[in-house]
Design a protein around this ligand. Structure first.
Ligand SMILES: Cc1cc2nc3c(=O)[nH]c(=O)nc-3n(C[C@H](O)[C@H](O)[C@H](O)COP(=O)(O)OP(=O)(O)OC[C@H]3O[C@@H](n4cnc5c(N)ncnc54)[C@H](O)[C@@H]3O)c2cc1C
Length: 246
């Protein structure tokens, strides 16, 4: 089984986020980037299929050279090879088009993605990719088994679990729970050394125009300072006279 894991290179959740160009562009200066957390779950499940069922695992990203550390980390975790499509990831549909072009000429059986990227939270790429490829698609999976070409995937639904079956080739979007958090992979020194020698192919992107563009971003309002009260009377006074909520 040939597995392709789509990796999104996203700001670390602890990064301080700023915008430029009158709040219309994300300012990446000084921001630490990581593998999108949902993609880490998908990558860990791909590694399980590699180790237990002899699958090959390729990782792919759409982005400029600055995204390569996330690919090298994926290789250090155990992926066999990596592809970077050298194009700006300007929106989810464009990313899906770039990925589909490479997948069409490489016959992967299973495409694993994350449920959504934690930067722009578009949740667009997996569904758009499955549509462009005419592959089966299951979103937001917390369980995935494959026997031959049969896929069994589970999803959390309100108050329970839904189990779905489909056939390869398929796009499966994973999320937290696809593997247990203790089974997420951290690269060890041997993996990091081996990753340096593994193939990382850079392919040119296709001409693809974005269907959306960012108009502006707005940050949440700053939290106001905490006030410590030392008695119930003082609390009532503050709620009544300052917050004016009672
Ligand atoms: C210079 C620049 C300009 C941008 N301008 C815009 C803009 O105008 N409008 C806009 O909406 N976004 C813009 N983006 C954001 C960028 O388009 C998104 O990161 C990307 O399109 C994915 O968006 P998403 O949130 O829909 O991904 P999702 O669909 O939420 O991602 C789901 C999964 O798809 C896969 N995936 C997502 N992105 C990639 C990728 N790049 N490579 C491989 N797999 C991937 C991952 O597995 C991910 O978990 C810009 C980014 C850059 C760098």
């Amino acid at each position: 089984m040939k597995i392709l894991v789509c990796i999104s290179h996203v700001p670390d959740t602890t990064s301080k986020i700023n915008f430029t160009a009158e709040n219309a562009e994300f300012d990446s200066n000084g921001v630490q980037f990581v593998i999108n957390p949902y993609d880490e779950f998908s990558l860990a499940r791909a590694m399980w299929f590699k180790e237990k069922q002899g699958a090959s695992v390729t990782v792919i990203t759409v982005g400029d050279a600055s995204t390569e550390p996330s690919l090298r980390k994926s290789l250090a975790i155990g992926a066999d090879d990596a592809i970077r499509i050298d194009a700006q990831a300007t929106d989810g549909i464009t990313v899906a088009k770039q990925l589909a072009e490479v997948i069409k000429s490489n016959a992967y059986d299973l495409i694993l993605t994350g449920r959504e990227s934690i930067d722009y939270n578009g949740a667009t790429v997996p569904g758009a990719l499955a549509t462009l490829l005419d592959y089966n698609f299951i979103n937001a999976c917390v369980g995935l088994e494959i026997e031959g070409t049969s896929v069994t995937a589970s999803k959390e639904i309100d108050g329970g679990t839904e189990t779905l079956g489909t056939e390869l080739p398929a796009v499966i979007a994973g999320q937290k729970g696809l593997v247990e958090e203790k089974d997420l992979r951290i690269p060890n020194m041997r993996g990091i050394m081996m990753a340096r020698k593994k193939p990382l192919q850079v392919l040119p992107g296709i001409e693809a125009t974005s269907s959306t563009k960012d108009v502006s971003f707005e940050k949440p309002a700053e939290k106001s300072a905490c006030k410590i009260v030392t008695s119930v009377d003082e609390l009532i006074d503050v709620l009544h006279n300052e917050a004016k909520v009672i």
